[in-house]
Design a protein around this ligand. Structure first.
Ligand SMILES: [Zn+2]
Length: 362
């Protein structure tokens, strides 16, 4: 399998762009987190530009867009805004861009309505179901109060989501700049993530579905405590392994464009299989979700990372429960306790498993 290769060594500065294929431009905007950037893309169409992902709802993002509109993009209007998925660094400026250009928004159904719903969530709308989810995962009441006090909500980093959109579905084709872009839907990182593939030139906009160096966060959230996003993630990886040519040039939302997609997809499968085995072995002794954090992450998790880290732990636990490899029971305190079904995993114990340093924000 071909190793990963990065054909563009230096990313563009915010407010600038870099051509990465005929009629395809790579932009980069800042993020105020450990992961300090997002890649956005602009497609050249005859009578206007198409934007793929929009950046976080920050003044600095709008300033970078304004510099592009005044310079590189000054010749034509923006004619369409495509958002791969609902996360704030992707959908954050969709409302501002759509209003500014009176341009249509393109998203999948699941991502659009999740973005609408999450953007109305505030500290005051967190109710007993959220509290119950975290309590069942093993967090104390004091810890929950701390998390709640710090919660700022999705709406604080997302411009109001447009009130209308065009729905993208699996298999839809967008005709842009002489190319056909086929919609490929992935899931697991977000509910109905849009990727765009051009089969003639083997180009893929992968969003957060396939990133070369970061393993995307796969989380169960309080809104759906029994979700099994890791199964969705494995299903999507298998689908992309089947359908993407080895020579595909991938334009991801983080890190840099790359080739070697099949090697990356296999790494992601192996990475999560390995984490599943580690969790299963840890549950030879009955365990709570919060006790899985040192099994999956090498760094201490602070309260700002807790919901992502715990979400990832519960994703692995829910997968194993659904697969019949763990049993989940509520203890006397109302906390979920997980126990391995097949005791013979004890024979695997002692084998090293990989850990991520900390949960990724994407
Ligand atoms: Zn994301």
């Amino acid at each position: 399998m071909t190793d990963l290769h990065y054909p563009f060594s230096t990313p563009p500065e915010p407010g600038d762009w870099l051509p990465v294929a005929d009629g395809v431009y790579w932009l980069r905007m800042s993020l105020p987190m450990a992961l300090d950037h997002i890649n956005l893309y602009v497609l050249d169409d005859e009578d206007g530009w198409w934007i793929i992902d929009t950046g976080m709802g920050l003044d600095s993002t709008q300033e970078a867009w304004e510099r592009l509109f005044a310079d590189k993009m000054s010749a034509k209007p923006v004619k369409g805004i495509i958002v791969t998925h609902m996360h704030p660094d992707h959908v954050g400026q969709a409302g501002w861009l759509c209003d500014k250009w009176r341009a249509p928004l393109y998203m999948s159904f699941g991502e659009y309505y999740n973005a609408r719903a999450f953007s109305t969530m505030t500290r005051d709308t967190l109710g007993w179901t959220t509290r119950q989810y975290y309590h069942q995962a093993g967090l104390t009441t004091e810890y929950l109060d701390q998390m709640r006090a710090k919660f700022r909500g999705f709406g604080s980093i997302v411009e109001p989501v447009p009130m209308a959109y065009n729905r993208l579905r699996e298999g839809d084709v967008l005709h842009i700049g002489g190319r056909e872009w086929q919609v490929m839907i992935g899931s697991g990182h977000s509910p109905e993530h849009v990727c765009l593939f051009n089969a003639r030139d083997n180009l893929l906009f992968s969003g957060d579905q396939i990133i070369p160096r970061i393993t995307s966060n796969i989380s169960v959230m309080a809104v759906e405590p029994n979700a099994n996003p890791l199964q969705d993630w494995f299903d999507s990886l298998a689908r992309f392994q089947r359908d993407l040519p080895a020579e595909t040039l991938v334009f991801p939302a983080h890190n840099t464009p790359f080739t070697g997609v099949q090697a990356r997809l296999q790494y992601l499968v192996d990475h999560h299989e390995d984490h599943l085995q580690a969790v299963e072995e840890a549950c030879l002794t009955p365990r709570k979700a919060v006790e899985m954090l040192p099994v999956l992450f090498s760094r201490e998790i602070d309260s700002s990372q807790m919901s992502l880290a715990l979400g990832e732990a519960v994703a692995h636990l829910n997968y194993l429960v659904t697969a019949g490899r763990l049993v989940r029971e509520l203890d006397e305190q109302g906390v979920n306790v997980y126990t391995v079904v097949d005791e013979s995993v004890r024979d695997r114990q002692g084998r090293a498993h990989s850990k991520d340093p900390a949960p990724m924000e994407v």
